[in-house]
Design a binder for this molecule. Structure first.
Ligand code: NAD
Length: 518
């Protein structure tokens, strides 16, 4: 797919526009068609007028300022169209993700379709409540006025996504951005080439092209795209690129959400059902061939537990994928040659006890378990993002917690134990974006839980209502009456101690009774 393009392109628009949409020919889509996606009408003035995406951003801003995305009926129509995209193009999505990374159909349907549909339905079911003004407490001075939080869209937002869940991550963010009333540019990853092509060529035919565009862009082109002033940037990808995106956003003081990666520890205590643990850990680690940001990256356990866990992991892997996982239709492939080389190199750390086979032509790496690791081994220095599970020995839960806390804060911490106290200890004494006790990945299936990182694993959160809130500016509003001016004279000069006393009494937030716990 040619990068640096804006979609839809001339002749690609299809007659699937939702009700109430303006006919094609004006706004973002038209500007993009007219000038190849850039050039004219930059809102940033001369300094950026040569930017190839300035025209697109400018026309999306004009569409946003026109108020077109504000009515809830408009947003619902666009969201319903996203639902039709998922239904009508399900087969294409499964084929594209299978071509890109051998994603098994079951895993693709679960992660790319079902979880997206859940987010969509959660949003459609609740949007009329979420958009309402929230009335808040008032003090004595404003008792007769109206004080409320108004849910404003940010304006023109940019969504940049990675390749590992190329539909899910893009659509879940887009659902919230549309629900909140923004105009949006989405930039899918160029690494998942087939899915990128599907998104670029098909998604725009479901959406209002005045307000929503897909840009396919290499790193160099994304750098130019990021020179433009956006009102919000939602980025998902590696921590190193997250820093580049944040630096670009800082130039315009643009707020960001950064959904990043990292190494997710998985503590397994000595008291647990070993076979259940092995199944749950193996599923989370080898789903999508290990290319999952919330996969358990490594196991922390005692020597005794490792002895029990190894045969249990071997059994789980054989039960899941048969004696030769390369022949299993339920085990994926590494997304690209460069990625394959990187993950293959990590196999040199420690000692292989399960798996370890590779096939470069197929970009296959067997589900693998490594032992005898040193903290300084390369595999313990970077996010694995492949089907390899190292086991690191710790003496007990305290040592596991110290190990976790001596590293960057991860996207998720996992803890397995039949003893709730042990699970709670890990929860209370560590810090991470999320936490899941006695299972892996499952916390992400709940639209009621916020999803996001902390520290090196990210900034901000989304899913369900949190996605709507992320793309919404919570505008603080006070509407007063023009009358009752006599009350206001108390705050006007000339000041006096007496006036100050009355103003203080009328507006002070009083401390309630002392906390009984202290
Ligand atoms: P990546 O950072 O290489 O790329 C992500 C996006 O950024 C792509 O669209 C890419 O084109 C763009 N990009 C790359 N370099 C850029 C640059 N210099 N300037 C501007 N844009 C640039 O990440 P990836 O390899 O696609 O994805 C894997 C990473 O993403 C892993 O670290 C994984 O943990 C993380 N991830 C995080 C989450 C989450 O929700 N926290 C979800 C999925 C993946």
């Amino acid at each position: 797919m040619e990068t640096g393009s804006v979609f839809p392109q001339p002749g690609m628009r299809q007659p699937l526009e939702p009700p109430g949409q303006q006919p094609p020919g004006s706004g973002a889509g038209k500007a993009a068609e007219d000038d190849g996606g850039g050039g004219k009408g930059s809102v940033d003035g001369d300094a950026t007028s040569a930017n190839p995406y300035a025209g697109l951003v400018s026309s999306l801003r004009a569409a946003w300022l026109s108020g077109k995305t504000r009515p809830i009926e408009y947003r619902v129509a666009q969201l319903e169209a996203l639902g039709r995209f998922l239904d009508e193009k399900k087969r294409d999505i499964l084929e594209a993700t299978a071509s890109d990374m051998g994603k098994p159909p079951f895993e693709a349907e679960l992660s790319e379709i079902l979880l997206c549909k859940n987010e969509l339905h959660e949003t459609l079911n609740n949007l009329s409540d979420w958009v309402k003004d929230e009335h808040v407490d008032r003090n004595l001075v404003t008792r007769l006025d109206s004080a409320f939080i108004h849910k404003d869209p940010y304006g023109v937002v940019l969504i940049i996504t990675p390749w590992n869940y190329p539909i899910h991550i893009l659509l879940v963010a887009l659902i919230g951005a549309i629900a909140a009333g923004n105009c949006v540019i989405v930039k899918p990853s160029e690494v998942a080439k087939n899915t990128e092509r599907l998104v670029a060529e098909v998604l725009p035919s479901y959406l209002d092209n005045d307000c929503f565009a897909v840009v396919t862009a290499s790193v160099q082109e994304t750098t130019r795209l990021l020179e433009n002033k956006f009102d919000y940037i939602f980025y998902t990808g590696s921590t190193s690129v997250g820093k580049i995106v944040m630096a670009a956003a800082a130039k315009h003081l643009t707020p960001v959400t950064l959904e990043l990666g990292g190494k997710n520890p998985c503590y397994v205590s000595d008291t647990c059902d070993v076979q259940n643990v092995a199944r749950r850990v193996a599923w989370g680690r080898f789903f999508n061939a290990g290319q999952t940001c919330i996969a358990p990256d490594y196991v922390l356990c005692s020597v005794e537990m490792q002895e029990k866990l190894l045969p249990a992991l071997h059994k789980a892997i054989t039960d899941f994928y048969g004696p030769n996982p390369q022949e299993s239709p339920d085990f994926g492939r590494i997304v690209g040659d460069k990625h394959f080389q990187r993950v293959q190199t990590l196999l040199r750390s420690g000692r292989v006890v399960i798996g370890g086979q590779t096939d470069e032509e197929e970009r296959y790496i067997a589900p693998t378990v490594l032992v005898d690791l040193q903290p300084s081994d390369p595999i313990m220095q970077e996010e694995i993002f492949g089907p390899i599970l190292p086991i690191v020995i710790v003496a007990n839960v305290d040592e596991a917690i110290d190990f976790i806390n001596s590293h960057e804060r991860p996207l998720v911490v996992y803890a397995f134990s039949s003893d709730d106290k042990v699970v709670n200890q890990v929860l209370e004494r560590t810090s991470s974006g999320g936490f899941c006790g006695n299972d892996t990945l499952m916390h992400v299936t709940l639209t009621s839980l916020p999803f996001g990182g902390i520290g090196n694993s990210g900034l901000g959160m989304y899913h369900g209502r949190f996605t709507f809130d992320t793309f919404t500016h919570h505008r603080s509003c006070l509407r007063r009456s023009m009358g009752r001016e006599a009350l206001n004279t108390l705050r006007y000069p000339p000041y006096s101690q007496q006036k100050l006393g009355i103003v203080r009494a009328a507006s002070e937030v009083k401390r309630k009774g002392a906390c009984t716990l202290l």
